[in-house]
Write a new protein. Structure first.
Length: 440
């Protein structure tokens, strides 16, 4: 695939460094040293991505951003920050950047940010993991998270980031690395969310490592992360064998010095319960949980929903070629009433779908998926008031589920796809429920 990237960077040395990274990926690079040349390039060429320095004058930055987003197929922007502070990076996300790189960062991190930015153009086909927009908001709990990152970024102490799916744990981990003293080193991810059983001792410690040796051997994640950060996603899923190996590293000063790596872990699980149940070694828990960071779920920061909705609306308009106006109050009120189990990631997806469906007209409550238009209160008092004699809750819910599934199938003439849509289910989930009902 022929990919052309616009690099807007006023510093010659930085321009050369980023150009080398782009060339190493096999992409074409068009370099511009100021805003005027960047606008000329945008007017005369098509681009798949723009890497934009925040060292340019603010007016030039805004003009390049506006021009890139005004294209028929909007151009994703990856910013190169000046100081690499948390405030600067969050500000870049607010301005519409899809990712960031910081000064003196490891070339691999620059390459990864470019690849993530290019993937942004095809989000309808290959969605990314939680976007940096999760950091946007004014709620005090989110400000505490950002302040905590600023305070501990330069520390070498282990960190545990807690939060539900879709809250942005990986974004916070990358922010910790990028704004800290290890930014010039690698950021290596060990992901345990899927296929955790396939993670072997060699994949963590290296093929030639020894439990009695001074540190990790070649080929393992720890060796890859040397001088940088090892991010362990879903630490509670780490096998007992690897828990022991990681504990040996963390409690032995000589091994830690030899490994020269900061460990940042993330979890959606209750680690205290995992310790009580014997699933997580207690000593490992305490050595990892030196600096805890708790990311609030979206339902606990509903004041941020209008800010996030507007951010996602503008983004969806740019990247999907729409001109949907700001969402009306009644839609924002309804979105604020929802529990959002998928958090900011789910909200982003819903807003993008609404903008796509509405095109250039205002979004209405009736554009919401059926599962988001209806809440328990709208079903009438008879279904939510507890009778004086009490109920068998499990039986009642089973009967209610069967009744609504039956009505959905009847209303759609037996079409399982449409019935599943009315019920807010995946088709496979509906089919499995029908199968269990038949067996019963």
């Amino acid at each position: 695939m022929h990919v052309r990237i616009l690099l807007v960077e006023e510093d010659q040395a930085s321009r050369d460094a980023v150009s080398r990274v782009i060339a190493s990926l096999g992409y074409d690079c068009v370099a511009a040293e100021n805003g005027a040349r960047a606008l000329d390039a945008l007017a005369s060429h098509s681009f798949d991505l723009c890497v934009l320095s925040l060292g340019l004058p603010l007016d030039a930055i805004r003009n390049v951003l506006a021009s890139a987003h005004a294209r028929k197929a909007a151009i994703p922007i990856v910013v190169r920050t000046g100081q690499g502070t948390v405030e600067e990076i969050v500000s870049a996300f607010r301005m519409g950047a899809v990712d960031f790189v910081v000064p003196s960062c490891h070339p691999a991190l620059c390459a990864e940010a470019i690849e993530r930015g290019l993937a942004e153009r095809g989000r309808g086909v290959a969605p990314l993991r939680t976007s940096g927009a999760t950091l946007i908001g004014e709620h005090p709990a989110m400000q505490v998270v950002l302040e905590r990152v600023t305070q501990v970024a330069d520390s070498g102490a282990s960190v545990v980031i807690r939060g539900e799916d879709g809250t942005g744990k990986e974004v916070v981990a990358r922010l910790l690395h990028a704004s800290g003293a290890r930014r010039s080193g690698p950021f290596v991810t060990l992901r345990l969310t899927t296929g955790a059983s396939k993670v072997t001792s060699a994949s963590l410690l290296g093929s030639a490592s020894s439990s009695d040796g001074p540190g990790p051997g070649p080929g393992g994640k720890l060796q890859e992360a040397r001088h940088g950060t090892l991010f362990i996603d879903e630490i509670a899923h780490l096998s007992s064998e690897l828990q022991v190996a990681l504990l040996r590293l963390l409690r032995d000063p000589a091994r830690r010095e030899d490994a020269d790596v900061r460990v940042v872990a993330a979890t959606r699980e209750n680690l205290e319960r995992a310790v009580r149940d014997g699933e997580l070694i207690e000593d490992l828990y305490y050595r990892l949980n030196i600096i805890p960071i708790e990311i609030p779920p979206l339902r606990e920061r509903v004041e941020d929903i209008p800010i996030l909705v507007e951010h996602f609306r503008l983004s969806a308009n740019a990247f999907r070629g729409r001109e949907a106006p700001p969402f009306p109050p009644e839609v924002l009120v309804r979105l604020g009433e929802l529990p959002w189990p998928g958090n900011v990631r789910q909200l982003e997806s819903v807003v993008a779908d609404l903008v796509t469906a509405a095109r250039d007209r205002p979004v209405t409550v009736y554009d919401l998926p059926a599962s988001l238009r209806t809440d328990v209160k709208s079903l009438g008092p008879g279904i939510v008031d507890l009778p004086a004699h009490g109920v068998d809750l499990r039986l009642l819910l089973t009967q209610l589920e069967q009744r609504l599934i039956g009505q959905a199938l009847e209303r759609t003439g037996g079409n399982k796809n449409r019935a599943a849509e009315l019920l807010g289910l995946n088709r496979t989930t509906l089919v499995e429920k029908l199968r269990r009902r038949t067996v019963a």
